[in-house]
Write a protein that binds this ligand. Sequence first.
Ligand SMILES: Cc1cc2nc3c(=O)[nH]c(=O)nc-3n(C[C@H](O)[C@H](O)[C@H](O)COP(=O)(O)OP(=O)(O)OC[C@H]3O[C@@H](n4cnc5c(N)ncnc54)[C@H](O)[C@@H]3O)c2cc1C
Length: 430
Amino acid sequence: MRNSNGAQNSLWQHTAIKLPTPDTLNGSLNVDVTVVGAGFTGLRTALELARKGVDVAVVDKYEPGWGASGRSGGQVNPLAHAQPNEIIKQLGPVFGPRMLDNYIHSADEVFNLIEKYDLKCDSVRSGWLRGAHSRSAIPELEQMAENWSALGLDIDSVEGNELHRLVGSEAYSVATRVKSGGSLHPLSYTRELARVAIEKGAKIFGNSEVSSVMKKGDRWQLTTGSATIDSEWVVFCTNGYTDDTLKGLKQTIIPLISVQAATRPLSDEEYAQVLPEGHTIADTRRVIYYGRKDNRNRILLGSLGASEYCIGPDKERIHKAFATVFPQFKPEDIEFYWGGKIAHTKDVLPHLHEPAKGILAGLGCNGRGVAMGTVMGRILSERILGKKQKDMSIPTTPYDPFFCHRYHEVGVSITTKYFEARDALDVKFS
Ligand SMILES: Cc1cc2nc3c(=O)[nH]c(=O)nc-3n(C[C@H](O)[C@H](O)[C@H](O)COP(=O)(O)OP(=O)(O)OC[C@H]3O[C@@H](n4cnc5c(N)ncnc54)[C@H](O)[C@@H]3O)c2cc1C
């Protein structure tokens, strides 16, 4: 891996299936579609196009899964951050319900894909618990369950001793449970998507950073360090790693850093005590705690952070998360720390843009990209295969840039501290 930026420190790098060796692009290439970014979104786009006979190339600055996809928690969480009525209000009566539908079926889509192509990624479908971190968080959490359940999502509430048993600790007294959720090995999932896309005819290139995109006749020309690619369509799937190549796109998202840690291999007894039925867990903290088993022999916990290397205060936050959720594990039990960038959008919903004929961008899954990135990739492919914008299940919107985007790091740092203080107050006065 040419530039690790924290990616090589992850547990997943040490336990993933082998990567089909990506070629480096040299000279010039002509294809129908070029996808920039080889994460869940870009690779699903490529897979769907290739299986329909479209000549598609995927280029990544480093390698498939180098971005958030290969470093994520691997939780397949089929729910939006907002209440359904807020999403309808934001997107209107046509696209609102379609977006809700995307979320509700997103976990099914991932697990169906895994089954269809026999993707070897340690997937387990045993549900997702979302715990209330304080008493004041319970009403909103329960309302969420009620509203999403009314739309057909299989979601209920668990509390008291039964919840303590399912978590393996007394950290939460009430949680919602989404039965269609689950977990997978995110780097293996990404590499398996790459493998199947290649088998269907896609070309995948690593170590190929796209530095410019220019109109050339009725096609687009991309430039990397050592090559050019001409294509009718270019699809940007760069999410939290979006740079200035496509003017204006970077300003539509705030890259937030998510960090996590994994324990040493545990004894059978230690492993069995935690999340005994294999649920994933996340909570209602503004500065979230999320965790799972690796489906082998370790426990993972994560939160928000400031560095992709998960150092200094980020490590301390992770230690605090363990002390709160799984206090039996001490800092000396932790073997891996790492982090990566997720893309936060203003309305906390995924965005699809078509800033010019033949250019698409799909990004902003706001920390829920295992499921929604997989869905977004399919939706992007449908547009290229001829679906009209008005018929798609995510609206095509103009850029909505963040005000004072260049100062986002300062803003995020202040907001994180403020939110953490509010989370602590919630707990104190619970
Ligand atoms: C620590 C962490 C934990 C997470 N946990 C979860 C979880 O449990 N569940 C969940 O649903 N989501 C989770 N997420 C979020 C999830 O990982 C992302 O939403 C998802 O991976 C986004 O996928 P993507 O394909 O859109 O982008 P990415 O996987 O980030 O891929 C973008 C790619 O674009 C490439 N790129 C950028 N610019 C260029 C360029 N100019 N030229 C060529 N290539 C370029 C990058 O190299 C990168 O590989 C987590 C994220 C992190 C960081």
